[in-house]
Design a protein. Structure first.
Length: 202
């Protein structure tokens, strides 16, 4: 695969890798966990230093003298690191959506506190929901209960799954502005869920 096709120019001017192409996956949101994992295993196997060394030994002396980075152990480790990075980004639906949005040249921060003004965070219904979720989280912190915590976490997971389904349809319709709004909402749910997972309840 041409390395030029494995890179995209991100909105901030920096060069960013196209993780879909690194894993030899279609550039789309709808990907199953098995599909992603199978491609990851194939690519990481190809990048294994021992395998690259074996390939290098089969090449003629002229190719070796060229010092091709494809057969250098350090280059293999770098490639493996990039494949692992791509796997982590594509396996997580939220990160996958954010990366796919970047490929379509739509800016979004992974930090919800850096989003600035946008329709989602300014929406009155969403603001009310945020307040309610913060209050429920505070109640759990003040009155720890494992069953209440489990129900709260499941609620957040259900909300995220619903958003993923919406994001899938929006990507297909190329409504990238709405995709961005849904990602921002999902980032908030993920933030609250992560905070709840850190609670220690006996």
């Amino acid at each position: 695969m041409n390395s030029n096709h494995q890179q995209i120019s991100s909105i901030n001017g920096k060069t960013e890798n196209n993780y879909f192409e690194i894993l030899n996956l279609p550039v789309q949101f709808d990907l199953s966990k098995d599909q992603i994992t199978n491609q990851y295993r194939k690519q990481i196997s190809k990048a294994h230093p021992d395998r690259q060394t074996s390939k290098g030994n089969l090449n003629d002396r002229g190719n070796k003298l060229k010092g091709s980075p494809n057969h250098h152990p350090f280059a293999s480790l770098q490639q493996a690191s990039l494949i692992n990075q791509a796997y982590g980004a594509i396996l997580c639906p939220l990160k996958r959506a954010t990366h796919l949005l970047a490929i379509h040249r739509f800016e979004i921060s992974e930090n919800i506190n850096n989003q600035g003004d946008n329709n989602t965070l300014a929406n009155s219904d969403f603001l009310i929901e945020k307040m309610n979720l913060y209050q429920r989280m505070e109640q759990i912190e003040n009155q720890p209960d494992i069953d209440t915590l489990n129900r709260f976490q499941q609620l957040l997971k259900d909300k995220m799954q619903k958003i993923y389904a919406e994001i899938s349809q929006l990507f297909q319709a190329k409504k990238f502005d709405q995709v961005r709004e849904n990602i921002i909402a999902c980032q908030f749910y993920r933030q609250i869920l992560s905070k709840s997972e850190k609670l220690k309840i006996n």
